[in-house]
Design a protein around this ligand. Sequence first.
Ligand SMILES: Cc1ncc(COP(=O)(O)O)c(C=O)c1O
Length: 479
Amino acid sequence: MLIDPALRQSDGRAETQAAWQRRSIDNVWHPCTQMQRLGTVPPLPIARGEGAWLHDYAGARYFDANSSWWVNLFGHADARINAALRDQLETLPHVMLAGCTHAPAVELAERLRTMTGGVLGHAFYASDGASAVEIALKMSFHAWRNQGRSDKNEFVCVRQGYHGETLGALAVTDVAVFRNTYDPLLMRAHLVMSPDARQALDGETAADVAARALGDVRVLFEARHEHIAAFIVEPLVQCAAGMAMHDPAYLRGVRALCDEFEVHLIADEIAVGCGRTGSFFAFEQAARPGEAPLWPDFVCLSKGISGGYLPLSLVLTRDAIYEVFLDDDVARGFLHSHSYTGNALACRAALAVLDRFAEDDVLARNRATAPLLSAALAPLADDTRIEHLRHKGMIWAFDVPPDVAGERFAERFHLAGRANGLLIRPIGRTVYLMPPYVLDDDLAAWLAARVRATLDETLGGHTSTRSDNAACASDPATA
Ligand SMILES: Cc1ncc(COP(=O)(O)O)c(C=O)c1O
């Protein structure tokens, strides 16, 4: 662990750390966790965050390699987001959005509409990603119903897809560990082949895999389109499946099929939006360069939109869909709500995030800095212990095959990561990096070296074809 020398002598730090761990285990039910394991892998108490670094109570610091579950775009305690929030805190922290409105909710909706070229708007706000998915599913069904087509009440989702863990979102999720237990509670959805490029057969390209997957969608649509309300997809990267990446041709094809068969297209950009795949909205990459932009019928955003500060999600919709809800009959309106819908602080954080994108030309900066990490990680391609080294925008991933990974790989890697100054949580046997947008030369080299060292420590006896796992000379964590 990276102990600050100044703290080595100080009393009580390790005890404070241990006390928070104990109190947490005794009182907090941690998410996505078999609580019994916390005896062996206690939660890491974090005292403060500064930029991309998280500091514990014992004097160690960790690079937030997964952006705290993919939300933290610009580092922790960002000065500009902090300032915006302080101002909002003094003005209006919250007011209900039914019957009232406020500047941050309006301005955020306006700016997002502009960012979709005016195609998608009327932001419907909620708090977590799963709620946004619920909203998009309900809106789609309700829109068809308002048009006299209530028999369009089925949904299509993609194998390995993940859309959240409330019952509606889980029903269109195909990740066994989250879903199987609750399966008896869930509505039935159609599953189609994933376009995951790792499935390429000999001689196949990622676009060929996409074409095969589209064939599966066509067969289903031909048979059921009169009953299908919407198709939901994570554009470009199925993140929770283990960063399964696909060719943009898949999105083009899905858009065309949804048009042909009158099915709504829901883009779940909760993880892949906000610049994570290289464009602000991942779906912007659906159209070929130089061709007219393509858009889905609904976009769900959450996570990065509020910069890792406050829970905020939202759904953007086409005007044509919005308009079918307008009626004298209250029940034809979309009566969904949450207490904190459109929370002013969360919307203000999101506005500060959009300001950051505009002021710092974040997308261009990421385009310039992503190759640094790709280059630093490139030697892993020759490492016989891993496979499918891949990259999209600000996401990097590789897999460790089962015979190499051994038991509890993710847990062992996570613990070795902590000892190497990394906060990193593999998904199964997939190691991935989704760092905040702060890369530079030194950080890229340091990160790659630490990932390599963590892999070596986790796999112990297994050797690779290369042996250059020395830490980078300009180690920002120890400088
Ligand atoms: C693509 C996608 N959709 C939905 C969700 C659910 O978001 P939340 O955890 O905020 O409910 C996630 C969370 O990881 C996600 O990755």
